[in-house]
Each structure stands twice: as structure tokens, then as C-alpha cells.
Design a protein around this ligand. Structure first.
Ligand code: GLN
Length: 279
């Protein structure tokens, strides 16, 4: 059956075109997963491949809007593979901007101590530790199951000796007391979606609401995190905060109240995505 796999990929991409922005890519990732090979090898070997029995079932799951990362159990972020389950937010390409900017603002000296607020899968912390080989870092999260994933990712990436994870809920009073202050770099992709916002089905139905929603205007977590930075940052420390596309003004306002200088950055889609805070 020459080209059977190529035909199956075409059909799958067609079937997924209504529910996904990247139907062809999705089909390739599912086919590679079913064959237990890398997507890059898939394209090379395509003419010789038979269609694995479970491929149709995987495509059907995606057709019901289940995220690819949940079906294959992993997601690439900053060129690294992260284990992903429904307990953590799936790392987004837009969030790679935080790592890019962390590298840029550290040009005059690498951070020694890094903190990731709401670490989830550990993607931001572990990508940063990968880039700054002399740094050590801590990831905090209010979800114990998320921390287990982050821990596994640190192990799998060979970063466990420089990464610590703490179960910590910033909605509790005195939550900063357990952290030793003096962080050179603080990263955060906290929940920032307004409660009423309508999210795509694959996000709303499958990703943890605890990691997404932050009150009526999506600012609840920023109202807590930003004032706490004063205590946590080293004197020359810098905080990089991911924000929603329409939150540059509101989050800047919170940051100015705490006396920070602010720089705003856009993601690849030209949306406001990141605030850089320093003294
Ligand atoms: N960027 C995510 C989304 O649009 C939201 C992430 C978050 O709330 N931190 O679904």
C-alpha cells in the first residue's frame, strides 16, 4: 500500500480542519505518536509507512477538541520536551517571549537565583535554568499534582539538581515568608483570564481553570503577585510577567503603584504579552 500513510494524513487533516488552526500539523503529530517516531522522521519515511491501527482513534479524540498535548502527553517549549497532563497549563509558544527577554535583560550578568510563580509544568523555570547553567531556581504552585509534573520534567531534562519545587498558594496570607528573598529573576505566567471570557473549546474543556481564570477582570492574581515582588526581588532583580493582550494598561497601573519601571513587549502575533518590571 504505497503512500497509504500520506493519504491517511491528508484525510485526517481534512477531518480536523474545522476544529484546529493547524490541522495538518496535528495530523502529523498524531501519526508520529502512533508510530512512536519523531515528526521529522515521519516526513522522511512517509512513503514506506503503514498506517498504525490506533491512528483513527487518536484523530477522533482530537476531533472532539482534546488538545494534541494531552493525547501525546507532551509539548515542546523552547526546544525542550515537557510532559503535560490535564493538571497543568499546556506551555504556549507565546510564553517563549519570557525566555527570550530573560536572556536579553541578563546580557550584563546571568541571574543566580530564579523564581517561577505558578510554575505548572515547570516550562518557564526549566527553560530558564537550561539557558543559565550557573543559576538555581524555585518553582511554586498551589497544585500538588502540577508540582509532580514539574518535578518529572526537571528530572527528564537533567535539571533536577538546580530546581526546587514548593507547594505554595499565594492567596494565603504570609505566603512569601517561606521563600528566601533576593531573586535576580522572577518569571510568572499566572492565571489572567477574565471569568466571563469565552475560551476556545480545547482550552475551556480540557485545561485547568485554576491556571486560567483570575476574577472578573483577570487581575486577581496580579493584585497579589506584584506587591509581593518588592519583598522577593533582589535590589537589581527583574520580573517578567506574562499578561493578556488587553491588560498592558491595567497591570502596568498595579505595577506603578508598587513603584516599578515598566517595559512592554509584544508576542509574535503583535499582541501585548509581557511586562518587564524593575526598580
Ligand atoms: N494564554 C492563555 C490562553 O490564552 C492564558 C494563560 C493564563 O491565563 N496564564 O488561554
Amino acid at each position: 500500500m504505497a503512500d497509504a500513510a500520506a493519504a491517511a494524513l491528508r484525510e485526517a487533516a481534512q477531518a480536523l480542519s474545522g476544529i484546529s488552526d493547524s490541522p495538518r500539523l496535528d495530523a502529523e503529530l498524531l501519526m508520529a505518536h502512533a508510530l512512536q517516531i519523531e515528526r521529522s522522521d515521519l516526513l522522511l519515511k512517509l512513503p514506506d509507512l503503514a498506517v498504525p491501527a490506533e491512528f483513527a482513534a487518536l484523530v477522533e479524540r482530537r476531533r472532539q477538541s482534546e488538545p494534541i498535548a494531552h493525547i501525546v502527553g507532551k509539548k515542546e517549549f523552547w526546544g525542550l520536551d515537557f510532559l503535560v497532563t490535564p493538571d497543568v497549563l499546556i506551555p504556549r509558544p507565546d510564553s517563549e517571549l519570557l525566555i527570550e527577554e530573560a536572556i536579553r535583560v541578563s546580557a550584563s550578568g546571568s541571574p543566580q537565583r530564579i523564581l517561577d510563580l505558578g510554575t505548572g509544568s515547570g516550562a518557564l523555570l526549566l527553560a530558564a535554568l537550561h539557558e543559565f547553567p550557573d543559576a538555581e531556581g524555585w518553582g511554586i504552585d498551589a497544585s500538588a499534582t502540577a508540582l509532580q509534573i514539574a518535578h518529572n520534567n526537571a528530572d527528564a531534562l537533567g535539571l533536577a539538581d538546580r530546581a526546587g519545587f514548593l507547594l505554595l498558594d499565594w492567596t494565603q496570607p504570609e505566603w512569601t515568608n517561606i521563600l528566601e528573598p533576593g531573586f535576580d529573576l522572577i518569571l510568572a505566567n499566572p492565571p489572567y483570564v477574565a471569568t466571563r471570557a469565552r475560551l476556545a473549546k480545547d482550552v475551556a474543556d480540557y485545561e485547568p481553570h485554576q491556571a486560567l481564570f483570575a476574577g472578573e477582570d483577570g487581575l486577581d492574581d496580579y493584585e497579589i503577585i506584584i506587591p509581593a515582588l518588592t519583598k522577593l526581588l533582589a535590589p537589581n532583580g527583574i520580573a517578567l510577567l506574562e499578561i493578556g493582550f488587553d491588560q498592558a494598561k491595567s497591570v502596568s497601573q498595579i505595577a506603578r503603584k508598587s513603584g516599578y519601571h515598566i517595559e512592554l513587549k509584544q508576542d509574535l502575533g503583535s499582541n501585548d504579552r509581557l511586562l518587564i518590571l524593575h526598580r
